[in-house]
Design a protein around this ligand. Structure first.
Ligand code: G4P
Length: 190
């Protein structure tokens, strides 16, 4: 997505070879027209997949997932990373390790929101090691639903996430694929 790549080049900041700062337009301050264009692009890419629900993970996946859900006219469900101990309803849960934070959280979904037969589009802001996407897919399948698509805003293609997802049978589609980074430098896959 050319608009997104240009914005990454002008307003994104590669801190080092691993971390891209996009907090002025994607995940701290959000640029609504850009986010709307991202949602429209996901809707275009996945329009023929029979999507019934969009699922994301709190917190930075919410904005692109909501925009895509509006464009596709389907419900959007947020998987939680922690859950209130007073919650008594039936839950689907799986542990997810975050390389960035060095911690493990319980990715959690109330079973009432995704059901057997649903065709789910998973959307997230970053694909790095693939832990979050693999965990989300486990939870969606625990619910008896199908992962009918995976849409990623920014993929760090030099990290193993895509390879791991493909090996697990998924086919992620990313709007911007970064092939190389170093401090102050960002390059995209052709
Ligand atoms: P993985 O899920 O693909 O394995 O990725 P990893 O553990 O490495 O990353 C986990 C968290 O770090 C995610 O946010 C992800 O969005 C974020 N992240 C990964 N790489 C980058 C990067 O280069 N730049 C920025 N800005 N974020 C990155 P999270 O912990 O789920 O937090 P939240 O912001 O969604 O609440």
């Amino acid at each position: 997505m050319e608009l997104l790549k240009q914005r990454i080049l002008t307003d994104g900041k590669a801190l080092n070879s691993d971390v891209l700062l996009v907090d002025s337009f994607i995940n701290h301050q959000i640029d609504p027209p850009l986010m709307q264009a991202i949602g429209d692009e996901f809707a275009r890419l996945f329009k023929d997949q029979g999507i019934t629900h969009i699922v994301t993970i709190e917190s930075s996946g919410i904005a692109p997932a909501l925009m895509a859900a509006i464009a596709m006219d389907v419900p959007m469900v947020i998987m939680k990373k922690s859950i209130s101990s007073i919650l008594s309803e039936e839950l689907h849960q799986t542990p997810v390790y975050s390389f960035t934070k060095g911690t493990t959280y319980q990715l959690t979904l109330k079973s009432q929101f995704i059901k057997k037969g649903d065709r789910v589009l998973f959307i997230d802001d970053f694909l790095a090691n693939g832990e979050a996407a693999l965990g989300a897919a486990r939870v969606i399948e625990m619910a008896g639903a199908t992962v009918a698509g995976m849409g990623i805003v920014i993929e760090k293609a030099f990290q193993p996430g895509r390879e791991r997802l493909i090996q697990a049978g998924y086919a992620p589609i990313s709007l911007a694929r970064i092939s190389y980074m170093e401090a102050g430098v960002v390059e995209f896959e052709p």
